[in-house]
Write a protein that binds this ligand. Structure first.
Ligand code: 13P
Length: 255
């Protein structure tokens, strides 16, 4: 089954909306039509930059789509500081991260929270990018497969077969994020293969074959091609390198 490569740039808590506008304009200028025909590209800015970048993408018909880094579990109400799925959908946000390791580790998002976010994202017509990954301790204890299948199973609990067509998974080993330590292409593929097998088991072989699985963790222009050459890796969720138009465009070109 042919799966279209998908490269997404998670800017994390970086860039004002003005800096974000500049980065998206420069990146879009560097991308060729042949590249964006072949690869889906998304940017995932902070909430404060979503509106400006949506306007830019729509107004200039840029070959990129828009994502958000998090979403509230509730529909609306007295949740000071939170941003709802309805608010994101109204900004043409297409992708929303759920369960990024920084949300799990720093902000205490549980598997149940992550599952509720996935459901909320789907409910409002957007596409979740469910992030999973093991810590270094878990890897060294030989628990990688168990952790990945647990996080995938809990994150996707109660999701229908039909809705799975809108779900993307990002395999991000926690020890490889922002550390410069990339998993070897083979190890990254093994993690993605475990995730695919778990999904085939939870749903069926067709759902497992069709799902887009990204790898994330110190992906750079210099290592993306060998990662993308692996059979179970369909894309990349890029942190640091997505903050440079040169690097992000080079990374798309090499995918
Ligand atoms: P880095 O590419 O900076 O390692 O970040 C990966 C990541 O967490 C993307 O979501």
């Amino acid at each position: 089954m042919a799966r279209k490569p998908f490269i997404a740039g998670n800017w994390k808590m970086n860039l004002t909306h003005l800096e974000g506008i500049k980065l998206v304009q420069e990146t879009a200028y560097k991308l060729t039509k042949a590249e964006t025909d072949k690869v889906d590209v998304a940017v995932i800015p902070a909430f404060t930059a979503l509106r400006s970048i949506q306007t830019l993408i729509d107004g200039d018909r840029l070959p990129l789509s828009l994502g958000a880094q998090d979403v509230a579990i509730e529909d609306s109400g007295a949740f000071t500081g939170a941003v709802s799925a309805e608010m994101l959908a109204a900004l043409d946000v297409r992708w929303v991260l759920a369960g990024h390791s920084e949300r799990r580790e720093i902000f205490g998002d549980t598997d149940a929270d992550v599952n509720a976010k996935v459901k909320q994202i789907l409910k409002y017509g957007m596409n979740p990018i469910l992030c999973v990954g093991e810590t270094l301790d878990q890897r060294e204890a030989g628990e990688t497969d168990t952790v990945l299948s647990h996080q995938v199973t809990k994150g996707l609990a109660g999701i229908s077969h039909d809705d799975m067509a809108r779900v993307v998974i990002a395999y991000e080993p926690v020890w490889a994020i922002g550390t410069g330590k990339t998993a070897t292409p083979e190890d990254a593929n093994t993690g993605c293969a475990t995730i695919r097998a778990t999904i085939a088991q939870l749903f069926n072989e067709d759902v497992g074959d069709a799902i887009i699985i990204q790898y994330g963790g110190s992906v750079k222009p210099g290592n993306v091609a060998e990662l993308m050459a692996q059979p179970d890796i369909d894309g990349a969720l890029v942190g640091g390198a997505s903050l440079s138009a040169d690097d992000f465009a080079a990374l798309v070109a090499a995918s």
